[in-house]
Ligand binder design. Structure first.
Ligand code: NAD
Ligand code: TYD
Length: 352
């Protein structure tokens, strides 16, 4: 038995692959297009490990996906592959439609044909797990209740709209074709191997490089941060115990305003690697122009996954942030590798 993971060279996918194989899970076939966000260095520790088969390719390539399914006969597909950065979706939305909507559709359709030809026993075991985001629910006001799974979809960015479309396709493939799907909608992740275009690794990277720490608008936007390892245990739990056709919200009970998040990271860095001039890292904080259509607040109500699946996060915000800062301090080579090339062009364009 194998499982097919898509997007397994990205931030969450790579963490999932590493954690899964470390825990003795079945072999993984990893299909990843290796966009700017995909990085095989994150999987370097798996070199020579026969339980990890990497295939460079696009989830939208129907022939490739069909042949992978035929060859490896996975008992599950876990779909992490996506364009995932809101700011990039504002600059160039087309890629988001291609991968998140068309790509997910092609993957689903290949899965449908593969599933139809399975034996009854293999059909009963098969799962298509779609990894999605809380951003599909839109933006909350300060006193609104946190997102439950029945919250109306109100996506506001090209990224969240494309993920919303993919969620609807997944739902439709269950209702129309009885494909055994489960969908997870998770809050903002942080942790090892996150590309430093997203807030937390960008702040750590810029702080250490002596660069400004850009805070969009007034910095009072709230995100509900979850350590990536906890997201991975949640996905595994939903794969094992989630009900078919159901949606599970995943969150860390860790709502914070961006300004507080940045200050917390600066304080950890002040302890771990003080600036040589005696000043505090917070002195590098710089307010910059706000993101267009910037969602004010995301918050997850994790009651359903707790009750039905029995999952809860293991990491506290304090332990998770500290661990993450330490990882970036200890993995300078990884950061150096991903911050060459395309990264420089992106930073020049976004923060001009
Ligand atoms: P990421 O951008 O770090 O990685 C995405 C990976 O997908 C990359 O390795 C990339 O090469 C690959 N990819 C892109 N297009 C592809 C295609 N057409 N075919 C095959 N591979 C392709 O993203 P991430 O942060 O690891 O997010 C993974 C998933 O989790 C996404 O679906 C995202 O929407 C979702 N999610 C992310 C967060 C978060 O905070 N990062 C939170 C909730 C949900
Ligand atoms: P990000 O990590 O891009 O995730 P998302 O937009 O999916 O929530 O951003 C997290 C928050 O941090 C979001 O409110 C935007 C803000 N932000 C900044 O203030 N400055 C930055 O340089 C970046 C990248 C994000």
């Amino acid at each position: 038995m194998t499982i097919l993971v898509t997007g397994g060279a990205g931030f969450i996918g790579a963490n999932f692959v590493l954690d899964w194989l470390k825990a003795g899970g079945e072999p993984i076939v990893n299909l990843d297009k290796l966009t700017y966000a995909g990085n095989l260095e994150s999987l370097a520790s798996l070199k020579g490990n026969n339980s990890h088969v990497f295939m460079r390719g696009d989830i939208g390539d129907a022939n490739l996906v069909e042949s992978l399914l035929k060859q490896h006969k996975p008992r599950a597909i876990i779909n992490f592959a996506a364009e995932s950065h809101v700011d990039r979706s504002i600059h160039a939305p087309e890629d988001f439609i291609q991968t998140n909507v068309v790509g997910t559709f092609r993957l689903l359709d290949a899965a449908r044909h593969y599933f139809a030809a399975l034996s009854d026993a293999d059909k009963a075991a098969f799962r298509f797990l779609h990894v999605s985001t809380d951003e599909v629910y839109g933006s909350l006001e300060l006193n609104d209740p946190a997102f439950t799974e029945t919250k109306r979809y109100e996506p506001n960015s090209p990224y969240s709209a494309s993920k919303a479309a993919s969620d609807h396709l997944v739902r439709a493939y269950h209702h129309t074709y009885h494909l055994p799907v489960v969908t997870t909608n998770c809050s903002n992740n942080y942790g090892p191997y996150q590309f430093p275009e997203k807030l937390i690794p960008l702040i750590i990277h810029n702080a250490l490089a002596g660069k400004p720490l850009p805070i969009y608008g007034d910095g009072q936007q709230i995100r509900d941060w979850l350590y990536v390892g906890d997201h991975c245990t949640a996905i595994k739990a939903v794969l094992e115990r989630g009900k078919l056709g159901e949606v599970y919200n995943i969150g860390g009970n860790n709502e914070r305003a961006n300004l507080d998040t940045v200050k917390t990271l600066c304080a950890i860095l002040d302890q771990e690697k003080p600036r040589t001039d005696g000043k505090k890292y917070a002195a590098q904080m710089t307010f910059v122009k706000d993101r267009p259509g910037h969602d004010r607040r995301y918050a997850i109500d994790p009651t359903k996954i707790l009750k039905e699946v029995g999952w809860r996060p293991a990491e506290t915000p304090e332990s998770g942030f500290a661990k993450t800062v330490k990882w970036y301090l200890d993995n300078d080579a990884w950061v150096k590798n991903v911050t060459s090339g395309d990264y420089r062009n992106w930073v020049a364009k976004q923060y001009a």
